[in-house]
Design a protein around this ligand. Sequence first.
Ligand code: NIG
Ligand code: FE
Length: 401
Amino acid sequence: MSAAQQKQVLKNCHLASMQNALPGIGIIRDGAIVIQERVIKWVGVESELPQQYASWQDLDLGGRWVLPAFIDCHTHLVYGGDRSKEFEQRLQGLSYAQIAAAGGGILSTVKETRKADFEQLFAVSSTRLEQMIALGVGSVEIKSGYGLNTETEIKMLQVARTLAERLRVQVVTSFLGAHAVPPEFASRADCYVDLVIGEMLPEAARLGLVDAVDVFCENIGFSLAQTRRIFEKAADLALPVRLHAEQLSNSHGAGMAAEFGALSCDHLEYLDSAGAKAMADAGTIAVLLPGAFYFLNETRKPPVDLLREHGVPMAVATDCNPGSSPTTNLVLMVNMACTLFGLTVDEALLSVTRHGAAALGLHKTFGQISPGFVADLRVWDFDHPVQLAYSFGQVPDCERV
Ligand code: NIG
Ligand code: FE
């Protein structure tokens, strides 16, 4: 970075700052942002810019809007193959659970992901991540979970780390070894959990590849008791947890995850009041995934009113994966969160910035245009941020500054 870029004032712009201290999405019209070495030093109305920054190099943004880069806090974007055949089977009447029970579903992606070598997996994953970046994403969570053995789980997590280096975005990894029971452990789920706890997770953590631990807690996934064992191991390793909870049934996963201080509980269509209260008390973020709801043709919506009532912050993510949400478009999810789940536009925009950051434990550094935060900013071509939620299937242009 040149010396000039280290100190910069962005001028002639409107901000949706997402600051906690301001109402809604923290709009500041005719604003300015002072940046030094990628950290935000000052934010406010341009006419009030402190004198000390007056001589710094400035960049005129021509009256455009600046938002924090988006945060996609739930993705499975590293995977081999696709599941378009299963899409056709579902159109013919088979359910997601029936396909999984017949050995398709997650396990068919496991086969393809095990087969792919590192470079092949990197190539398909970087294409997906580039699509996300083009739509304004700057931080992304990436799960393992299509390896289901030590070698392939590690390969997936190494791909995730390499994506961060080569594409210059922030990647937070989640170890999801307990995504499904692999075929070699069929009918021996507890033995597989032994392997997850005894070898897979500790080895991936030892290599520095794990930022958090996730489990698919569901009647077609892992039981509450099995999830607890994995979370206890995560606690031993001082790793934070998150959970796929109450997606297809109420397994009471959210309440248990909250006991472990989970960063987030995700999906939540079947969340009950006790679960919502536990999440609120633990400061756990609710991650809503309208792409999976839409693509699986679900009818039960996550209890948004309950989450509001208990003051649980809501994040929204793509859930990018080949089976239940084959999309890389987080801006489309903003629209769907409004149309399908009834979020307000402000809630939906906060869900992919400030609250997305909180779901990843990044609430002090990302997701807001505030002093002390990382200057990961995008400049958008629209008249008002509502247009991000309003249009669907196409996204206004954005530029990285
Ligand atoms: O978040 N629910 C489990 N995992 C994914 C689906 C994965 C798949 O079908 O490949 C989800 O929806
Ligand atoms: Fe998921």
